[in-house]
Write a protein that binds this ligand. Structure first.
Ligand SMILES: O=C(O)CCC(=O)C(=O)O
Length: 268
């Protein structure tokens, strides 16, 4: 995997201390997700919020609307914009030590950034899914941070089924039409109908304040409801030692060129 190294002066210490990180790593190993309070301070958070607004105003060719035309709100996504918005790269650098501790990895790279903005009143839920089956990456050290810059109440937050990071890989489908565009139909087990039996699953979720984030494994099953208030989020996807790109027969989400560079956030 090719890389580029982020200048060390961009690095800032994460808020959780070593004892907190040790407990978080145990929780992450058990559940595949943890909530980290105050992982980003106000100054960087303000730069990230500005970058999100600039990103929404100037979407990349990979941007897409993930809500229907009859939705009273709007769900917008974009991918791979760290080249254009330095605050995303700065955010990745500032939080890489947390990702490293949770993965138990020596190195951390930035795989990509993912913008996820639900405008106030958006009804479109994000269906239950795992992230890694959409990627071109195999291996265990794949982790995401989902960081809102607006307060997110419990009912609109990202939710997780604890323990699903142990596998198996589940069938990725398109969010709006439920189509199998990645792995061939029947080749993976389908995602269970969690909404039909919420009490039957160990669902975790946290109300979040700006600066808080959730970190979750690439195989942890997750979903979100619509949003009552504006919900601006950027998610950073990191790769550790045991992660490798693999050629796929289909267009991955996001589609990243074979010769792309992945900034080395922490060197082994
Ligand atoms: O923000 C959302 O609604 C969904 C987020 C998500 O699925 C992800 O970050 O992988």
């Amino acid at each position: 995997m090719s890389d580029s190294t982020v200048p060390s002066e961009m690095s800032t210490s994460p808020d959780p201390g070593p004892a907190d990180l040790a407990q978080l790593a145990l929780d992450y190993a058990r559940d595949g997700v943890v909530c980290v309070r105050g992982v980003v301070g106000p100054a960087l958070l303000a730069r990230v919020a500005t970058a999100i607004d600039d990103n929404v105003a100037h979407p990349s060719p990979l941007a897409q609307v993930a809500s229907g035309i009859d939705d009273p709100g709007l769900f917008v996504e974009d991918f791979c914009n760290w080249h254009r918005f330095p605050a995303y790269l700065e955010l990745a650098q500032a939080t890489a030590a947390v990702a490293r501790s949770l993965m138990g990895s020596r190195s951390v790279r930035l795989y990509h950034d993912h913008l996820l903005v639900k405008e106030a009143g958006t009804r479109q839920p994000t269906p239950w899914h795992q992230d890694q089956p959409y990627y071109d990456v195999d291996g265990r050290d794949v982790i995401s941070m989902w960081l809102p810059v607006d307060p997110v109440p419990r009912e609109a937050t990202l939710e997780f089924v604890a323990g699903t990071h142990a596998g198996p890989w589940l069938m990725p489908r398109t969010f709006m039409r439920n189509e199998a565009k990645w792995f061939p139909e029947g080749s993976l087990v389908d995602v269970p109908d969690v909404e039909a039996d919420r009490d039957g699953f160990p669902i975790l979720g946290w109300a979040l304040q700006p600066g808080d984030a959730v970190f979750f494994h690439g195989l942890t099953l997750h979903a979100a409801q619509g949003a009552t208030g504006r919900r601006r989020v950027v998610s950073i996807r990191y790769l550790g030692d045991d992660a490798r790109r693999v050629p796929r027969q289909w267009r991955c989400s996001p589609p990243i060129p074979a010769d792309a560079t992945f900034p080395l956030l922490i060197d082994a």
